[in-house]
Design a protein around this ligand. Structure first.
Ligand code: ZN
Length: 261
């Protein structure tokens, strides 16, 4: 394993190693976490000290039980996040990953993010483990609605989004704490992890289960592993390449070498 955490190692070597692995791979996939979207101005809402959690406890307010028992508290917290997500644009990391897919270098992106920035950057095959903000579903009649017409007034005025059909409360189609992952996305992610010959983990500390277990499934079947993240993960010791750095600067560098030579 080549570590770039210490300044004694030139990160350029790790970048070249990562590019070489991507060039060689036949069935590479990518797993992305909050770190890919923080350069776009979306805070990691599961991390302490991100600002979003200074007033409210994350596990509590972003949970299914708070949504059910005190929806005003949930929506009060959610308003800031929704506004940051709607304003966000893809950054260099998203663009590099989209280029990997267009060039046939990777097959799919499994993401823990709910911001649709991979799709906005041009990625087509994105498996969303925690849902997305694109739609809301009625908690009474279960009808699904495009979120666009509801989110702007909600962000502007703070009024709770209500179903035009039955006046029931609309819930964003994102997975809250205490909520099951969507079964089809989870099945697809597991299949991709078991079939890949290389997994690139970008901007995830691999702390949120069960998604954090996917790289282990890939490793158990002999896949290579590249990890790019600011902080160490439990699998750094098993990775072929570890780059402890910023995905928005690192991924374009890797793309330059893997795709252009
Ligand atoms: Zn309804």
């Amino acid at each position: 394993m080549r570590e770039s955490a210490s300044p004694a190692f030139a990160p350029i070597t790790a970048i070249e190693d990562a590019a070489a692995l991507l060039r060689k791979a036949q069935r590479a996939i990518v797993l992305t976490g909050a770190g890919v979207s923080t350069p776009s101005g979306i805070p990691d809402f599961r991390s302490e000290g991100s600002g979003l959690w200074s007033r409210d406890e994350p596990l509590e307010v972003a949970s299914l039980s708070i949504f059910r028992t005190a929806p005003e508290r949930f929506f009060h917290w959610f308003r800031t996040l929704a506004s940051q997500i709607l304003d966000a644009r893809p950054n260099a990391a998203h663009l590099a990953l989209a280029e990997f897919e267009t060039s046939g270098c990777i097959r799919a992106i499994i993401t823990q993010n709910i911001d649709s920035l991979h799709q906005k950057a041009g990625s087509n095959h994105v498996v969303e483990m925690h849902g997305s903000l694109r739609t809301l579903s009625c908690t009474c009649c279960f009808k699904q609605h495009e979120s666009e017409r509801f989110l702007q007034p909600f962000i502007r005025e703070g009024t709770l989004p209500l179903c035009p059909n039955c006046n029931g409360l609309l819930k964003p189609d994102v997975i809250l704490f205490g909520e099951q992952l969507p079964q089809s996305a989870w099945n697809e992610a597991q299949r991709a992890a078991r079939q890949c010959d290389l997994m690139l983990v970008a901007g995830s500390s691999l702390e949120v289960l069960p998604v954090a277990g996917l790289p282990m499934q890939a490793l158990d079947r002999g896949a290579h592993l590249i990890i790019i993240n600011h902080t160490p993960t439990y699998l750094n010791v098993r990775a072929d390449v570890v780059i402890m750095g910023d995905v928005a600067t690192t991924l374009p560098e890797i793309a330059k070498r893997a795709l252009h030579g």
